[in-house]
Design a protein around this ligand. Structure first.
Ligand code: ATP
Length: 362
């Protein structure tokens, strides 16, 4: 039995199925992110775990107890919202202490726990300040301290870093993960930022239109997307639709227009139900797996149509017989390729992923 289980959980608002038959098991100490585009049901799912939204059907079980019908305060979970919701008239220490007072924890123990929580988020020296006297990152840390001081069985985070600028956000991601590791609290975070979810989670739950499309480690979700949506939502993807022309165990080949793309054998294929000859499928090649040859050699001739400087990398768009292809190259300090330049592109068959079967259109 997992620490937290959502079994066939659904939530409807009138005719809208915000969350439909969601099944998810979270282990003790895990850091799981709910990831997906706006409106896919992430916050509704988190709110059902918190108890602020009542599930239309299904059960939620925490550490062997059915909490589906419990009030939020009976569940005793730690929650950090996007807005932090700090009390403006209370100091940092008073904000953090609040949850302990509600639980009637004695003064000596409260003092100790507040001190510990503030030390964990490195805010001991600011205990006497008011929220208005803090930066965004500091407020975010107070909200975190306030949530963890009650030693909740589960920490729920709803876009906790969305108010922070990019640099601070990155720092807080490292910090949040380090703190979570140290205290070992089972954590569920809602985010629509795929890089945030990939960098700090043990597992990501990718959602689309109220349903889970894949639950996996960040690495596997990126390397072995199970469908078109996941392959495009997590990272950048070159997707090609074609027809399987060979699938004999040793190789799978797909005809895309006049070109043939081989799907290299590897764990990603062994764990999938390999498509049969004649099936219409989508294959994916990640931009960083495509090699650009400035001399025009390689598999396909192509023309650079645009380029974007990403600091450590260059992202090129090239045009070729397969259509537009994204190519990501390490910035080695050489002159970048110019728009309009003729190049060649190539890739290894092991880099090609089979991502989906397609319904055939007549
Ligand atoms: P975002 O990233 O934009 O916050 P989300 O994935 O968290 O989106 P939810 O907030 O869970 O999505 O909403 C899922 C769907 O349910 C949306 O279509 C939303 O409009 C709808 N919805 C959410 N709350 C309510 C409500 N109280 N009444 C009616 N519809 C709602």
């Amino acid at each position: 039995m997992s620490f937290l289980t959502l079994a066939d959980v659904s939530k409807s608002f009138g005719n809208l199925h915000a969350v439909a038959d969601l099944n998810l098991s979270v282990e003790k100490g895990e850091f799981v992110s709910l990831l997906g585009p706006s409106g896919c049901g992430k916050t509704t799912t988190l709110q059902m775990i918190a108890g602020f939204v009542q599930a239309t059907s299904g059960r939620i079980v925490l550490d062997g107890r059915d909490i589906t019908d419990m009030k939020p305060n009976q569940r005793g979970l730690g929650i950090v919202f996007q807005s932090y919701a700090l009390f403006p008239h209370m100091t940092v220490a008073q904000n953090v202490r609040f949850g302990l007072e509600m639980r009637r924890v004695g003064k000596a123990e409260s003092d100790e726990r507040v001190r510990e929580a503030l030390a964990l988020v490195r805010l001991e020296s600011l205990a006497g300040r008011f929220p208005r006297e803090l930066s965004g990152g500091q407020r975010q840390r107070v909200a975190l301290a306030r949530a963890i001081v009650i030693a909740p069985p589960v920490l729920l985070l709803d876009e906790p870093m969305s108010n922070l600028d990019a640099k601070l956000r990155e720092e807080m991601q490292f910090e949040l993960r380090a703190i979570q590791r140290r205290i070992g609290t089972t954590t569920i975070m809602v985010t629509h930022d795929q890089s945030e979810a990939l960098s700090i989670s043990d597992r990501v739950v990718v959602m689309e239109a109220g349903r889970i499309t894949q639950v996996d480690s960040p690495y596997r979700a990126y390397e072995r997307p199970e469908n078109r949506f996941v392959s495009e939502f997590i990272g950048k993807a070159n997707l090609f639709s074609g027809t399987v022309v060979a699938a004999d165990g040793a190789r799978v080949q797909v005809d895309v227009g006049t070109d043939r793309i081989e799907i290299g054998h590897g764990p990603h294929l062994q764990q999938r139900d390999v498509p049969a000859v004649g099936e219409a499928v989508t294959v994916c090649i990640r931009p960083e797996k495509v090699r650009l040859d400035a001399t025009g050699g390689g598999r396909l001739p192509a023309t650079v149509t645009s380029r974007f400087f990403l600091g450590s990398q260059w992202l090129y768009r090239v045009d070729c017989r397969l259509g537009e292809v994204l190519v990501c190259c390490q910035n080695e300090g050489d002159e970048p390729l110019a728009e309009g330049e003729s190049v060649g592109i190539d890739w290894k068959s092991e880099a090609v992923r089979f991502v989906a079967r397609e319904a055939r259109h007549a």
